[in-house]
Design a protein around this ligand. Structure first.
Ligand code: FO1
Length: 317
């Protein structure tokens, strides 16, 4: 079984490639929930939904999030009531949030509800929230602290990021199913997601980092930074304002000690030597920009081969 560790759009594309490259049921995706928010009385889990819609084959291919062809009758009516619709929600997407919120209200966990929706969408991969407890990213900016979606959507990622904190991290619990998946994985893949606000919160769940370090499987990561630029979103600027380098090497440094192999794009081929020298990671250079499903499957197949080629030193108890 392969474990993918994922944020939103980049993570979902990689997860889809892995699902296509693997036998049915052989993939578990552990997903960031620190972007979640309560909005209009609904519990919204954007990264979980992006993974659900992508693996379910209904994602909006242009945005990467939301449902293809979704309509806006609900949002239009809300606007008539004076609602400031800064967060775009389609009609069918609303159904997801209504279903999730109603199930959570009856005492179901986020893991339970995610599993129910994955089954309903015909997904044979297992999709697991990183935690069932509230853990929320708060973005520090010169104008003060912002909830993640305020920073990301409402203010269009225009603020300089001066700090990141994960509220609720100390009390969040690692679900047993997440721990068991990591400990029994044949390969662990860090998807090309933002290392600070997508993978960062996953690693902030108490026990997650320790479990990843204790897992016998090889761990590989795919760089979300290519030629110094983020594939999507604000990761490049965020790395710089937080004192890191916006490069594949800068990302590799963040994963040093946790990851055995690192996948970079041809555009960054000259960084392969420095990454190995500084972090000890094996490096594979390939076309790391994912287009459609065929391309995602191609990259996933290459990752699986790369993972098998890496030999990691036997762990001492
Ligand atoms: N991203 C936007 O840029 N604008 C939106 O209005 C927006 C709405 C939205 C609704 C549901 C959903 O599941 C995702 C949505 N996203 C939107 C994407 C989301 O904010 C980000 O992709 C993630 O939180 C970052 O991974």
């Amino acid at each position: 079984m392969i474990v993918a560790i994922a944020g939103g759009v980049g993570g979902a594309k990689m997860a889809q490639g892995l699902a296509l490259a693997l036998p049915p049921g052989d993939l578990t995706v552990i997903v960031n929930t620190a972007d979640d928010m309560e909005h209009l009385g609904l519990h919204i889990s954007p990264d979980i939904d992006t993974v659900l819609y992508t693996l379910g084959g209904i994602a909006n291919p242009t945005a990467g999030w939301g449902i293809e062809g979704d309509t806006t009758a609900t949002l239009d009516q809300l606007r008539r009531y004076g609602h400031d619709a800064w967060f775009w929600l389609g009609d069918r997407d609303f159904a997801t949030h209504i279903y999730r919120t109603s199930r959570l209200a009856t005492g179901a966990s986020l893991t339970d509800v995610t599993g129910e929706m994955a089954r309903a969408l015909g997904i044979d991969a297992t999709i697991l929230p990183m935690t069932d407890d509230p853990l929320r990213t708060v973005v520090g900016t010169p104008d003060g602290d912002l909830a993640f979606q305020d920073y990301f959507v409402r203010r269009r990622q225009q603020d300089d990021v001066t700090g990141i904190r994960f509220d609720g991290a100390e009390a969040a619990r690692l679900p047993e199913r997440v721990r068991a998946a990591i400990m029994t994985a044949d390969l662990i893949v860090f998807c090309p997601s933002n290392p600070i606000v997508s993978i960062g919160p996953i690693l902030a769940v108490p026990g997650m980092r320790e479990t990843l370090l204790a897992a016998p499987a090889t761990t590989i990561a795919v760089s979300p930074i290519i030629g110094g630029r983020a594939l999507k979103g604000p990761a490049d600027r965020m790395l710089v304002t937080l004192g890191h380098e916006s490069s594949a090497l800068g990302v590799a440094r963040l994963y040093a000690g946790l990851v055995d192999g690192f996948v970079i794009d041809h555009a960054d081929a000259d960084l392969a030597g420095p990454i190995t020298d500084e972090t000890g990671m094996a490096v594979a250079t390939t076309g790391a920009v994912m287009g459609g499903p065929d391309d995602r499957r191609r990259l996933a197949t290459e990752l699986l081969t790369f993972g098998q080629q890496i030999t990691i030193p036997a762990q001492t108890a």
